[in-house]
Design a protein around this ligand. Structure first.
Ligand SMILES: [Fe+2]
Ligand SMILES: [Fe+2]
Length: 432
């Protein structure tokens, strides 16, 4: 038997060890930062977090790919407890101010990640380890941009105490790579996660915007999306375009409830979270389609009530049931109506609208594919043993019951004269 000379691969092993740590940090960042999506209120901030979460998933994926080319990266994907503890701490309690928590992620954890990437670049050989160097250079540019993009959202937020709390936890590790001198934690350090473990809030935050239970209905004097109008061949195409933009904007619901799934699936394989991150980012772009286009068509966004029912109902169900409803019911069931809507909108020769709807459709087809791929795995993670079809049918029934019990509880923020309704959409369509 050949004997392995100790230290022969030491130079590679040391860099692989660092890549492995960076992979774990990126994937745990993704799992935890997503808890901010439904806790912050500003749509633009939700969109930005979704985008950064997706970019982190990309970093983790390429780190894993490169790491596996090197000896000693390991085949497992789990995050070690010492790193996990800090990210779970950063999630904070349910009662915490989400902007303070945001500051924790973006003024402590992310800058420390940036420092870790810079350290990697400094200590690795630029010729021998060129493949990693190229990746890390790109990630550094991404991390610097993330900090710049979030900075305006943190203006005026006093997060000094919380940032110090997280800095101390990180100091105990000596940074993500242990490259700094360790500053052991004081004996009296209190981990918040042990005092008040995080739970999802009962409702999602939509900030300054008016809210309601649902934007779908049948009464043009009450609801913006009058269901029969979507498929009625006599509906003016300009009305259909406005309706579908409201519909797209309200994919904000999908953003908020899908974002809850990451933290609830701590043992998921990385590829599951990777595809979930893509799904989340896609929904954030779909919502932006509506958010950006509606004002151009004369809609004052402060008159568009945000629907809270889907989050409020689904958050009471376990993660695999949320994901089953999303992919197997809402998404799989939306194609026929959306196809009709796309044909009607094409009458307007509005190239931009056609483009947005075409990409939406393409993305949604991928989401249903993700559902088929990952739902059985998520069921297994959650201890569900029924066949998938039986489970989906039972979940659809359960959702109906939960909707009857917990849905429809959010009153309209605005009187009908002030809020966007079907009638108002008819009037706006005549002008645009
Ligand atoms: Fe979507
Ligand atoms: Fe989708």
């Amino acid at each position: 038997m050949a004997t392995v000379a100790p230290g022969r691969m030491a130079a590679v092993n040391e860099m692989t060890r660092l890549l492995r740590l960076l992979f774990e940090v990126e994937r745990e960042f993704l799992r935890t930062v997503t808890t901010l999506v439904y806790r912050v209120g500003e749509p633009e901030l939700k969109y930005l977090i979704c985008q950064h979460a997706w970019e982190s998933a990309g970093h983790a994926r390429f780190l894993r790919e490169r790491g596996r080319e090197l000896a000693g990266f390991g085949t497992g994907e789990n995050v070690r407890a010492s790193l996990r503890r800090i990210f779970v701490e950063a999630v904070g309690s349910t009662a915490a101010d989400p902007l303070v928590l945001l500051a924790g992620f973006y003024t402590v954890l992310k800058p420390t990640l940036l420092a870790a990437y810079r350290h990697y670049l400094k200590v690795t050989d630029h010729l021998a380890d060129w493949p990693s160097k190229k990746l890390v250079e790109e990630f550094i540019a991404d991390e610097e941009r993330h900090l710049r993009e979030i900075a305006p959202c943190l203006k005026g937020v006093d997060a000094r105490a919380w940032s110090l709390h997280l800095t101390q936890a990180l100091g105990d590790l000596g940074g993500w790579l242990g490259q700094e001198p360790r500053l052991p934690l004081a004996a009296g350090y209190l981990w918040q996660q042990d005092q008040s473990p995080y739970r999802h809030p009962a409702t999602c935050n939509r900030g300054q915007y008016p809210v309601c239970s649902s934007v779908f209905g049948f009464d043009p004097t009450e609801d913006p999306i009058v269901r029969p109008w979507l498929t009625d061949p006599t509906t003016d195409a300009r009305v259909i375009r406005l309706l579908v933009y409201v519909w797209l904007m309200m994919e904000m619901d999908a953003i908020d409830y899908l974002a809850t799934v990451f933290i609830d699936t701590p043992d998921a394989p990385f590829d599951l979270h990777h595809d979930l991150a893509r799904h989340l980012w896609d929904e954030s772009r779909h919502s932006q389609f509506g958010f950006r286009q509606l004002p151009k068509l004369g809609v004052d966004l402060m008159t568009v009530e945000h629907s809270l029912d889907l989050y409020n109902i689904l958050v009471r169900m376990p993660p695999h049931e949320r994901y089953a409803m999303m992919t197997m019911e809402f998404e799989a069931g939306s194609f026929p109506t959306k196809a009709h809507v796309m044909d009607r909108v094409r009458e307007l020769s509005d190239f931009e609208a056609d483009t947005l709807l075409a990409f939406d459709r393409n993305d949604e087809q991928n989401h249903v594919r993700y559902g088929h791929r990952w739902l059985p795995e998520m069921m297994a993670l959650c201890g569900e043993t029924r066949p998938t079809e039986e489970f989906v049918r039972a979940t659809q029934e359960k959702f109906k019951q939960f909707a009857a019990t917990y849905g429809g509880k959010t009153p309209h923020s605005l009187p009908r004269e002030k809020r966007l309704t079907g009638e108002k959409i008819l009037a706006l369509a005549r002008l645009h």
